[in-house]
Each structure stands twice: as structure tokens, then as C-alpha cells.
Design a protein around this ligand. Structure first.
Ligand code: PLP
Length: 454
């Protein structure tokens, strides 16, 4: 790229997240300069449908003026304050009340952070603090799942169950371990029903807990639908069976609602869609429609009460961030929640989801398509080398990445997670926009079929 272009300045200066660094030096960036509704614009003015709402987060699209106004008003009133040593702000309290009022089960208190990773890191510490408070210091192990995604800071990357997040980072840390990924299409045995698969996974979970020693297992963390692992839905009956086992051994259930929260699955919470009763709930992303960084952890009353006793003993709950409960982020989040309510965003998702899910399944007969899955306004199409055996493509071929690249050229941003192509558009998407999104996907899939046919 020319020496003074944004692309060349980017290459000269930027260390990119989740990017093949070598390849980036030649390919350069996509420079995104603007947004309108579900569309983003590059520096040449070309528009793309953002089929992933950015990183599963910009639920209200890219030009919601009310959020801009909320941020400006909050900046004028009080651009910053913190929550250490018992300080607070009205807007932070308003947001905490509003969040608690939406919780899928009664929750007692909210802790604010700035990202999903920070929230999940905080959860690990909360769980340890809680068990220290109960004077059972051995109960420290946290079970997460293979292919789960919980972030990239040291503890949350440890919870994440994807090899790239562990290899070369010396993770996971002690006391964090992984159990089965609940993907029936990939890991179900031939002829095994979803229900039987769920039973087998729950049995494995119980065996693992017994092998570790139930007195050492503190918590189980799960996304209602696994996102970055490839949009993996739980098999029928899975959470019911898992939760029965957690209850039996006094193990906390942590719901990572960072993607599923705020309407994505057709209910306010993924917990409601899948019958999850969490002791701790984590949310971020759509909490502010991604306009400013903010995340939240809701905890149950028994956890809070134990923490109070512990802080009484040692003097202080020694955790929190400079920007916990940031007033400007809080104002934007509160306005976002008001908009969800006023525009009945959950109702809109319920109304439009059948169209998206029908579109996704309409590709089932295409030669490269293995599984079509999803619910609400989230889904994926998994590409496979062999439809009969579900055999994947050689990862080196980069079939998913090829398709995503063709889609981008055709004006559609999608995410390839290996060879699973994710769909997670802004929740404000209309029926006509959905049709256009899948017409663009269809074209990219056709180009990928041609490329592979050679
Ligand atoms: N949890 C889930 C389910 C996520 O999808 C993500 C991010 O994609 C995170 C946690 C981490 O959030 P962040 O990237 O804000 O740290």
C-alpha cells in the first residue's frame, strides 16, 4: 500500500488481535470508517452488511443516535468517577437496578467491569473468595468446556477451551479444567440421539467430579450457546442433566451470557431459552450495544452473604477496576436497555428469527454443507469434506476463511470459526435485510464450491 495510506500506517504501527501477523504485513487491513444501521463502510465508501454485529455485540447497529446522546449527556454531567471505598454514582445504581430487574433468576448484586474477559476473570476470583469465606479452601476447581470461549486474560483464557488460547501462553492455570464439548453433530456417536448424548456427557461430568473429588470442585461455567467455538447449541436435555449433577455436589453454575444475553436467542437471556438457573451470570457486549466497553457480573444472595462475612474478617473485598461502573459506559448501557424495552427487541427477534433460521437451513442440501444450526438471531453453517461421515476439511485448506473472504468482497462480513461460518447480525435487522444478507452468503458459497471443484 502507498506510504501514507491508513493501510501502510496500520502495518507499520499496529499489533492486531486474532490476526495472522505475517499475512497481515502483505494483506493489510480492512479500514472501517463509518456505520449506518446494520452496515459498515470502508474507506472507499463501500458498504458491507455486518453479519456478525462486529464481534457478536453491536445489537442496535452502528448509528443509534440515542446512545450517542446518552454518552454526551453523561460526559457533561460527570465524565468519570469510581466505585472504590464505597463511592457510587446515580447512573451506576440505576443500571444495577435495571439489570437486576431483568435477571432470569433472582440475583442480589452486580459487579461492573469493562470487558467479558475482565468479568470472567473476576468471576474466578469471586468463586475462590466465596469458598474461602465458607472455609472450604480446597473447593477451588472450575470446570469449563472444550470449545467454550470466555476471553483472553489469564484466568478467562484458561476457562476458554480452544487450543490457540492455551498453546504458547502456558495456560490453563491450575484449578481450571475442561470437560466435553456438547456438539452432537461432531461428538455424538453413530445413532446416538441428542438426549442420549446429553446423558452421556452428564455421566462423564459426574465421573470427572468424583475423580477430582467433589470437595475440590467449585464451579461449572458455560455459555448457553457456545459462540466463538462455532455456535454450538446444547443438545436436548443437556443443561437440565448437568445442573442436577452440579446441585448434587454443591457446585456453582456460572452462565456466560456475553453473547447470548439481551435477546440474541429469542429471550432476554440464553438461560431462559435453555432452562439454566445460574448462581452467577456474566454479561457484556450487547449490554451497551458495544458503543462503550462495559461488562457485568450478577451474583446470588448466598454468594453475596458469604462475601460480606469474608470482607468483615479481612477488612475489604480487594478487587475492582479503575473503570468499574464508569458513569459514561453506565449511561450508554442504561439507554441501551431502555431501547430494548421500548422497541421490544426480544419480540422483534422472536418475530424475525424463523426467517433467519429458515434461510440457514435452506443451504442444507448444498455439497459442502454439513450442519445448519442456530436459534433466535444466531446460527452457523458448518462446511465439511464429506457430508455422510461429517469428515472436516484439512484445516490447511482454509475453506471457511476462503468463504468469509468471498463474502467480504461481496459486501458481507461473516466470521469463519474453522469451517463453521457464523451469523449473528444486529438485532435490529429487518426481513428484507436478512434476505439480502443470505443472497450475499449464497453467492460466496457458490464461489467456494467452484473453487473447491477446481
Ligand atoms: N465470553 C464470551 C461468551 C465471549 O464471546 C467473549 C468474547 O467474544 C468473552 C467472554 C470475552 O469478552 P471480551 O472480548 O469483551 O473480553
Amino acid at each position: 500500500p502507498p506510504g501514507n495510506s491508513i493501510a501502510s500506517r496500520d502495518i507499520a504501527t499496529y499489533l492486531h488481535s486474532y490476526t495472522n501477523l505475517k499475512k497481515h504485513e502483505t494483506d493489510g487491513p480492512l479500514v472501517v470508517n463509518g456505520g449506518r444501521g446494520i452496515y459498515i463502510q470502508d474507506e472507499a465508501g463501500k458498504e458491507y452488511i455486518e453479519g456478525m454485529a462486529g464481534l457478536w455485540c453491536a445489537s442496535l447497529g452502528f448509528s443509534e443516535e440515542r446512545l450517542v446522546e446518552a454518552a454526551i449527556a453523561a460526559l457533561r454531567r460527570l465524565p468519570y468517577y469510581h466505585t472504590f471505598g464505597g463511592k457510587t454514582t446515580e447512573i451506576g445504581v440505576d443500571l444495577a437496578e435495571k439489570l437486576l430487574s431483568t435477571a432470569p433468576v433472582p440475583m442480589s448484586k452486580v459487579f461492573f467491569a469493562n470487558s467479558g474477559s475482565e468479568a470472567n476473570d473476576s468471576v474466578v476470583k469471586l468463586v475462590w473468595y466465596y469458598n474461602n469465606a465458607l472455609e472450604r479452601p480446597a473447593k477451588k476447581k472450575i470446570l469449563a468446556r472444550t470449545k467454550g470461549y470466555h476471553g483472553v486474560t489469564v484466568a478467562s483464557a484458561s476457562l476458554t477451551g480452544l487450543p490457540n488460547n492455551h498453546r504458547d501462553f502456558d495456560l490453563p492455570i491450575a484449578n481450571i479444567m475442561h470437560v466435553d464439548c456438547p456438539h452432537h453433530y461432531r461428538f455424538g456417536e453413530p445413532g446416538e440421539s441428542e438426549e442420549a448424548f446429553a446423558t452421556r456427557l452428564a455421566d462423564n461430568l459426574e465421573k470427572r467430579i468424583l475423580a477430582e473429588g467433589p470437595e475440590t470442585v467449585a464451579a461449572f461455567i458455560a455459555e448457553p450457546i457456545m459462540g466463538a467455538g462455532g455456535v454450538i447449541l446444547p443438545p436436548a436435555g443437556y443443561f437440565e442433566k448437568v445442573q442436577a449433577i452440579l446441585k448434587k455436589y454443591d457446585i456453582l453454575m456460572i452462565a456466560d451470557e456475553v453473547i447470548c444475553g439481551f435477546g440474541r436467542t429469542g429471550n432476554m437471556w440464553g438461560c431462559q431459552t435453555f432452562g439454566i438457573k445460574p448462581d452467577i451470570l456474566v454479561c457484556a457486549k450487547a449490554l451497551s450495544s458495544a458503543y462503550l466497553p462495559i461488562s457485568a457480573v450478577m451474583i446470588s444472595e448466598p454468594i453475596y452473604q458469604a462475601m460480606v462475612r469474608q470482607s468483615e474478617k479481612i477488612g475489604v473485598f480487594a478487587h475492582g477496576f479503575t473503570y468499574s461502573g464508569h458513569p459514561v459506559s453506565s449511561a450508554v448501557a442504561l439507554e441501551t436497555l431502555k431501547i430494548y424495552e421500548e422497541r421490544d427487541i426480544v419480540g422483534h427477534v422472536q418475530a424475525i428469527a424463523p426467517k433467519m433460521q429458515k434461510w440457514i437451513r435452506s443451504f442444507a442440501d448444498r455439497p459442502l454443507v454439513g450442519e445448519c444450526r442456530g436459534t433466535g438471531l444466531i446460527g452457523a453453517i458448518e462446511l465439511v469434506a464429506d457430508k455422510a461421515t461429517h469428515a472436516p476439511f484439512d484445516a490447511k485448506l482454509g475453506v471457511g476463511a476462503y468463504l468469509a473472504q468471498r463474502a467480504q468482497e461481496g459486501g458481507l462480513i461473516l466470521r469463519a470459526m474453522g469451517d463453521s461460518i457464523g451469523f449473528c447480525p444486529p438485532l435490529i435487522i429487518t426481513g428484507d435485510e436478512l434476505d439480502e444478507m443470505f443472497r450475499r452468503f449464497d453467492k460466496a458459497l457458490g464461489e467456494t464450491e467452484k473453487w473447491l471443484a477446481g
